[in-house]
Design a protein around this ligand. Structure first.
Ligand code: CA
Length: 245
């Protein structure tokens, strides 16, 4: 069995060592970098499965690294490592397409749980799932939105998982906690529900018709959560029925 390849980008030697040791001991194939430039190079290597990214880094900061990763590898899972109290950084990182975050100081157990959850999502068995949104076709396996020959967009692993979850429950609203538990598999706290909001905001931007046609892809259900909008329609509806309905 081949183990997942992880890249750890962190400039503080003690934290980097702790993270690398914990991951290596679990059997992951881990490489490390102490600054943003070296880290970006390693993250963009062909066979990387997941990146752990500190935000405050010498040479190139984590936001810039994340931005570059998202340009050439929109679906590569990225978990950001943030300092306690820097909520703005977390929100900014999630807005830029990070899949998840852990707050320093974190335990090895917490880190491993987050890494496993993100990897589990990206290795999920292929399901047939395509949907229509206005003139666009959304292929959730390929994580692609096709508006026309020339206009295409890509979804991250997390974004396509959320979209699939909304489609699977499209006759009702799903709560932020449900989304968190299903997608991230973690216990929920007040702060973490914002993770969902950030991903939904990013998804909505990606689901905007470049021609400006107004489409209702994802509805906000006040004081509850979200729901697939009337313009987001599964192509093969049978596959999306909830068995408990
Ligand atoms: Ca740092």
């Amino acid at each position: 069995m081949t183990s997942a390849r992880l890249v750890v980008i962190e400039d503080e030697p003690a934290i980097r060592r702790g993270v690398v040791d914990a991951l290596s001991a679990t059997g992951y194939d881990v490489s490390e970098a102490a600054d943003g430039e070296a880290g970006l190079k390693k993250a963009l290597a062909a066979d990387v499965d997941l990146v752990l990214l500190d935000l405050m880094l010498p040479k190139r900061d984590g936001f810039s690294v994340l931005n570059e990763i998202r340009k050439s590898k929109p679906t590569l899972p990225v978990i950001i490592l943030t300092a306690r109290g820097s909520e703005d950084d977390r929100v900014r990182g999630l807005k830029m397409g990070a899949d998840d975050y852990v707050v320093k100081p974190f335990s090895a157990r917490e880190l491993l749980a987050r890494v496993e959850a993100v990897l589990r999502r990206s290795n999920r068995p292929v399901e047939t799932c395509t949907a229509r949104l206005g003139r666009a076709t959304i292929d959730l396996n390929r994580r692609e939105i096709v508006w026309s020959e020339e206009e295409r967009g890509e979804l991250s692993e997390t974004e396509s998982s959320i979209l699939l979850f909304l489609l699977q429950h499209r006759h009702r609203a799903v709560s932020r906690d449900e989304i968190l538990t299903h997608i991230w598999g973690i216990e929920t706290t007040g702060l973490e529900t914002r993770t969902v909001d950030m991903h939904i905001a990013r998804l909505r931007t990606k689901l905007r018709d470049p021609n400006g046609e107004a489409l209702e892809a994802i509805l906000t259900v006040r004081s509850h959560g979200y729901m697939a909008g009337p313009d987001l329609v599964p192509i093969d509806a049978d596959q999306y029925e909830e068995s408990s309905a």
